[in-house]
Design a protein around this ligand. Structure first.
Ligand SMILES: Cc1ncc(C[n+]2csc(CCOP(=O)(O)OP(=O)(O)O)c2C)c(N)n1
Ligand SMILES: [Mg+2]
Length: 411
């Protein structure tokens, strides 16, 4: 929210009465909508919950979990709302966002009932409107959203419920579940697919999957992870297991709009607001350079339990990926000409380490966790490592094959 005040308001006194604090209005699902939802659940064979959106609290996430447990429902989290459902829970199915587990994407399409609790169902959560067809998905869709104007805007859900998340979650857990459900194997398979997706082919000399796993293992419980936009965020989203909100509050601060430059300022702010917690920012080199001067804010206000991991692949890698896929070999304006990130961080009063090999990351992180000031860890990643699933050269080669081009241009 932005509040604009004329300057004279800041200096002149007023006789206007002080207004009482107001609590925002909360919307509840109607009894009829809840009854219909229960009927639809009882008829389903392959249901899937997608949790997302704003307005969640620890209590409402705990209620959502109890609802899922009572009905044995697999739960996916919408793009950048991965901390709404405990990723270690046996009903967790994975994140429904960019770089989605292909098995989960197939499962979203195959589901016969999607219960979307809170997400907007925008481009990122629907795989560019392919996982759910607009305006009327092939799956039966129940869409619960806090904003009445959002419901029916893109998707004509069969059942639309305008409710705040805390009300929705409390209402959902009152739905009496049957003794057994038809989809136990479906729910179990969804979680097994999620677990299998935590395993990746090893990469050398720097394995980003391992880097994220070391972060997850060594950072204290409740560490807040922040990121901006870029392919580098895909490793965090795929391999880090976020605890549910009921355990530590929000532990994922990441822009659902996909704005670069968000992660470092978000991490500095989180660290200053909650100095007892560890905050880890993961940034791409392009992403970091958009707001890197916020290192000074952290130093100036005495942030400490703060780490920024800069994934330096020398390129706006996401853009390069699109270039190679659409115009293989025609690279335009996506190269980055970076400063020495270690020297840059030292100049701002941070500690800093450079990491070129996977095995150097653990010791660098340990040093950061023991430091009494913020630390930047500079990861030098090969430009060719594009995502956790592909390389630039493979993407370029596949595009050439598709377009019938040789390595030197069109035949
Ligand atoms: C403010 C802003 N500008 C541009 C974009 C478009 N964009 C998305 S990802 C990306 C490149 C990110 O580069 P980097 O941070 O180096 O991450 P990488 O993809 O290389 O991992 C760009 C330019 C954006 N999302 N936000
Ligand atoms: Mg980059």
């Amino acid at each position: 929210m932005v509040v604009v005040l004329p300057e004279d308001m800041l200096t002149r006194s007023t006789t206007a009465p002080v207004l009482p604090q107001v609590r925002s209005a909360q919307a509840w699902p109607t009894p009829a909508a809840l009854a219909e939802l229960r009927e639809r659940l009882l008829e389903a064979k392959k249901p899937l919950v997608i949790a997302g959106g704003g307005g969640w609290t620890g209590e409402s996430c705990a209620a959502l979990q109890r609802f899922a447990e009572a009905w044995q429902l697999p739960v996916g989290c919408a793009f950048r709302f991965q901390d709404l459902f405990d990723n270690r829970h046996p009903l967790y199915a994975g994140d429904v966002g960019i770089g989605i587990n292909p098995k989960l994407a197939a499962r979203v399409k195959e589901a016969d009932l999607i219960l979307a609790v809170g997400p907007r169902l925008g481009e990122m959560t629907t795989g560019g409107y392919t996982l759910l067809q607009a305006p009327r998905p092939t799956q039966s869709l129940v869409h619960i959203h806090a904003g009445a104007e959002e419901l029916g805007r893109v998707y004509e859900a069969e059942l639309m419920i305008n409710a705040s998340m805390s009300c929705a979650a409390q209402a959902l857990e009152t739905l009496a579940a049957p003794d057994s459900v038809a989809w136990s194997a479906w729910a179990e398979a969804a979680h097994q697919d999620y677990l299998a997706n935590l395993v990746a082919e090893p990469v050398s000399p720097l394995d980003m999957a391992e880097v994220v796993k070391v972060l997850s293992a060594q950072c204290p419980d409740g560490t807040i992870f922040t990121n901006g936009a870029g392919n580098y965020s895909g490793w965090l989203h795929r391999f880090h297991q976020y605890p549910g909100l009921q355990h530590h509050g929000r532990t994922q601060l990441a822009p659902t709009s996909g704005a670069m430059g968000y992660g470092l300022p978000a991490a500095v702010a989180a660290s200053l607001l909650q100095p007892q917690r560890w905050v880890v920012n993961i940034a791409g080199d392009g992403d970091f350079l958009m707001n890197g001067q916020e290192l000074a804010t952290a130093t100036g206000y005495g942030a400490h339990r703060l780490i920024s991991v800069v994934v330096d692949n020398g390129t706006y890698g996401t853009i390069r990926m699109h270039q190679e896929r659409e115009y293989p070999g025609r690279v335009s304006g996506s190269d980055l000409f970076n400063p020495d990130f270690v020297q840059l961080a030292l100049a701002y009063g941070w500690a800093a380490h450079r990491v070129d090999h996977t095995e150097e990351f653990g010791p660098a992180l340990q040093a950061a966790l023991a430091a009494d000031k913020p630390t930047l860890i500079h990861l030098r990643l090969s430009t060719d490592v594009s995502t956790s699933r592909s390389t630039l050269s493979a993407i370029r080669e596949a595009a050439r094959q598709r377009l019938g081009q040789s390595a030197h241009g069109k035949d």
